[in-house]
Design a protein around this ligand. Sequence first.
Ligand code: HSE
Length: 436
Amino acid sequence: MKPVKVGLLGLGTVGGGTAVILKRNAEEIARRAGRGIEVDFIATLDADAAANLGIENVRLTDDAFAVVNDPDIDIVVELIGGYSPAKELVLKAIENGKHVVTANKALIAIHGDEIFAKAQEKGVVVAFEAAIAGGIPIIKALREGLAANRIEWLAGIINGTGNFILTEMRDKGRSFDDVLAEAQELGYAEADPTFDVEGIDAAHKLTILSSIAFGIPLQFDKTYTEGISKITLDDVAYAEELGYRIKHLGVARRTEAGVEQRVHPTLIPKSRLIANVNGVMNAVLVKGDAVGATLYYGAGAGDEATGSAVIADIIDVTRTLTTDPENRVPHLAFQPNELADIPVVSMDEVETAFYLRMTAKDEAGVLAEVTRILGDKNISIEAFIQKQPEHKGDDANIILLTHRVNEGDMNSALEQIEALDVISGDVMRIRVEALS
Ligand code: HSE
């Protein structure tokens, strides 16, 4: 059988990894796919990139549309990232009847519904395993491996850069900026690193996971998003003292009111496996009603780790080239006409426990005022630490762990606490999840 011809858009970190693996493992991949898979045409702005990677006998261009419009190309692999021109390129490829593989989480989270509808209409596949958690086959697991289950919740460390920063802060006391610079050098961070540290990248990924888990449309605008940029070395140390680790978590949970979709720093008990996922590694914990809890762990970024997921998709597409479009695995796991209208609940309705850190005057009655406000809202305290100031007269740090409480009630309690004369600055609050 004739080999399948792949057109690569982008030869950066992931594009390079993909091309190198396809060449190195060509024989093994062909045995799995049932036919050869060849990179035939590459769009890159770096004229030397292919030669530097030892990639020969390919056509090169600096015009990505030339690849998308080339009649010889069967599968377009979009590894440019960002919203535009990635969206135009993907839609054009679909219009030209080509299958698409992409690692672009931003594109899928924001424009996925439109892209999948177009792909459905044209009978082509848009595959995006590499968009989430790098090399971990989490889409495959959720969409196929767990297809028997009613998914109850999932929680994931799905941004390697953020996890790397938090790990280095905890283990080595390194500063936030220093670790971020290293993540950028290693090629883990997004082109705009605020996407990593402010949670946008994780929110893109969580939006997609939530849609696939619960069979709902992609709703990035309803994903609550909070980054890690306000976490201090003190918070990391106090969490440890209380028996917790701070992780930047994406949580999607089915409740009676709807679906929770949220990304924020979270205290997790140290004893949980997922609390021990360190460095650039990612992990996703999924709770299904039949299977129970399952955990997926691996490299969340990097050239060959992400290339591994890209190629798994290329192989899947190659195998389905001859399958009737109606009988393929649906893009969002559920049949397109079966997506549910379950609302995404507002953050005010979400219930979690909380870690609170506040800076207070070191004088009698301060704690009583704080606990009175919490008590009035029925917020009960589970643990308490007071860090005395080094010098008499300086402010003290008060750290509280609460039991589970409605976010709306916590917000109004915090407003009152921050208004107290004896409290200075904002109260730092981090949600706590037992994940049991
Ligand atoms: N910037 C992303 C991360 C890359 O750090 O996880 C992989 O999506």
